[in-house]
Design a protein. Structure first.
Length: 549
């Protein structure tokens, strides 16, 4: 008869010992003594706890064994060899006994190798009682161990002395009466501050990583910075002094107790942290799957709002040391419109984008509005956390109708509703008397954005210019019209501004671009035919403005 071996250990520490070797030898010896054939198919739960019932999940050893029994893939009767019943389960007595019943009901003989005890579907009351007592004792041992562990953590939390390892921007000093908190900011704090400031300016974590490596800013690991570490840093709440104790079960971190505020010295201000979180969340919500060109140099300032006349996005390409805007549809033959010189768009910015019609639209909030924005950003972050908590509670309600949970859901829902009203009221209260961004500032922004260099100030200028274009235009379409031989005749722009379409046409291109360093190459264009005045109408217009002394 076939015998199957079930082996389990619940910690990495046991993996370094001889737990599996011992359980394997016991199974082999038992088979030899009882003329059983040990199956080559074994069911092992390595580093899985029987107390949390993680070993009964289908991807765990015991769960797989139960699944193949139910499917009939294993022929019965057969034997299941375990070192002891606590290897099978340390769950509560009802759960543990149910697992044993399920296995033996399939005509499987369960053998505990340490005491050579057998359990079958026909076991008598004494065997049943003994099995229950053993499993209850195993559960109590695990529960006691868990309580001791949680108590130790609780004591550490109350003493606020969690561990000796600190975030890389902090150093720890033990036994210093002048520093009772035990931590102080080290040289890496300046790096953390700069990373968050660059993120606040709109730079992504890959761009920030490139800047840090280019400038050879020391990393905490003494190796090059990578995008993943910068991305995680931008989410770490430890930078504002918070610490969340956790326990790890089945490789999943579970928070224990409340977050401890001001546990560490703050590396940055909470206002800066909240601003960065809001920006990250907004980018995640607005993320698009299109390819708009390089995201490390940020040269394509039309990445989000720019479109070809066919409706597809404009990407940035470089040909013979020149930059072009190209429809992404042309790469796959879905669009016949050819590339547009980036210089043409730059000249449009200098000629029309800085004209009064658009310039009066560019406003930066005054001090009062800036304070309101900070409040709104903070409320939106709180709203995100509340929504996340509500979703978690709603998923629990499906299996648990505890009145306390229902009450918490009601409280959270009311809080979310009230917060939404507050955000709306704050948005409406923002004043309209904002100061205009100066032409000089905008001109300097365009100069930096279109410079050859890719220094941090250039990258920041491109991000700000992109944000400005996104905020100004409802849409922005740019195309070119070619002659029969494929040469560009002129460029054409149609954009949406304040709900109205505006159209612009260039003079002949690309000749105009080569000789137009100081010339205007764009003019406003209309579909409507121009009205021609007769000589009599012209004289009447002149007469209206004639001055008679």
């Amino acid at each position: 008869m076939l015998a199957y071996s079930y082996k389990r250990f619940s910690s990495k520490h046991q993996a370094q010992g001889h737990s599996i070797e011992r359980q394997t030898k016991l199974a082999e010896d038992y088979c030899k003594s009882n003329s059983l054939e040990l199956s080559t198919l074994s069911f092992e739960d390595l580093g899985v706890s029987a107390w949390t019932e993680a070993n009964t999940k289908e991807d765990a050893g015991l769960g797989q064994f139960l699944s193949v029994l139910e499917s009939g893939a294993i022929k019965t009767p057969c034997y299941l060899l375990v070192e002891s019943l606590d290897r099978l389960s340390r769950a509560k007595i009802k759960v543990a006994m149910n697992q044993l019943w399920r296995i033996t009901d399939y005509d499987v003989v369960v053998v505990t190798l340490l005491d050579q005890k057998t359990y079958t579907k026909d076991m008598d009351f004494t065997d049943f009682l003994m099995a229950g007592l053993i499993m209850e004792r195993s559960h109590e041992e695990s529960q006691t161990k868990s309580k001791r562990l949680k108590a130790a953590w609780a004591k550490k939390r109350s003493n606020q002395d969690m561990h000796s390892k600190a975030p890389f921007w902090l150093d720890r000093i033990k036994g210093d009466p002048d520093r009772p908190d035990g931590y102080y900011l080290n040289k890496h704090q300046a790096t953390v501050q700069r990373v968050f400031e660059m993120a606040s300016d709109g730079l992504g974590h890959y761009t920030i990583t490139g800047i840090l490596n280019k400038e050879q800013v020391p990393s905490p690991t003494a190796r090059d910075w990578n995008g993943s570490s910068v991305s995680k840093l931008l989410r770490y709440r430890q930078v504002i002094g918070e610490y969340q104790p956790c326990t790890v079960e089945n490789k999943v971190a579970t928070p224990i107790g409340d977050t401890i505020k001001d546990y560490y010295p703050s590396a940055i201000s909470k206002e800066l942290f909240n601003k960065v979180q809001l920006g990250i969340n907004q980018r995640l919500k607005k993320y698009k799957t299109h390819t708009g060109g390089s995201t490390t140099t940020h040269r394509n300032v039309l990445r989000d709002v720019g479109r070809c006349s066919c409706g597809k996005y404009l990407s940035l390409v470089k040909k013979r040391q020149r930059y072009y805007l190209q429809c992404i549809g042309s790469r796959s033959g879905l669009c016949s419109i050819r590339a547009i010189q980036m210089d043409a768009f730059e000249k449009f910015l200098r000629q029309y984008f800085m004209s009064p019609i658009f310039h009066n639209h560019w406003v930066s909030a005054d001090k009062a509005n800036a304070d309101i924005d900070i409040k709104i950003n903070k409320l939106k972050l709180e709203q995100d956390e509340s929504n996340k908590a509500l979703r978690g509670l709603l998923s629990v309600i499906e299996t648990n109708s505890n009145p306390l949970i229902l009450q918490k859901v009601s409280e959270l829902s009311e809080r979310i509703t009230e917060r939404s009203k507050t955000i709306a009221e704050l948005e409406e209260s923002k004043g309209t008397g904002n100061k205009q961004q100066s032409l000089y500032e905008t001109s300097k922004l365009i100069d930096l954005a279109y410079a050859i260099e890719d220094e941090p100030e250039n990258l920041t200028a491109r991000v700000k210019l992109k944000q400005l274009l996104n905020a100004t235009f409802d849409y922005f379409e740019m195309t070119r019209v070619d002659s029969d031989n494929g040469k560009a005749l002129y460029y054409f722009i149609e954009l949406g501004f304040n709900g109205k379409p505006l159209k612009y046409k260039s003079i002949d291109a690309p000749t105009a671009l080569q000789n137009a360093n100081k010339r205007e190459i764009w003019f406003a264009w209309s579909d409507k035919p121009r009205i021609k005045l007769t000589e009599e109408q012209k004289r009447a217009v002149i007469e209206q403005f004639r001055y008679y002394p």
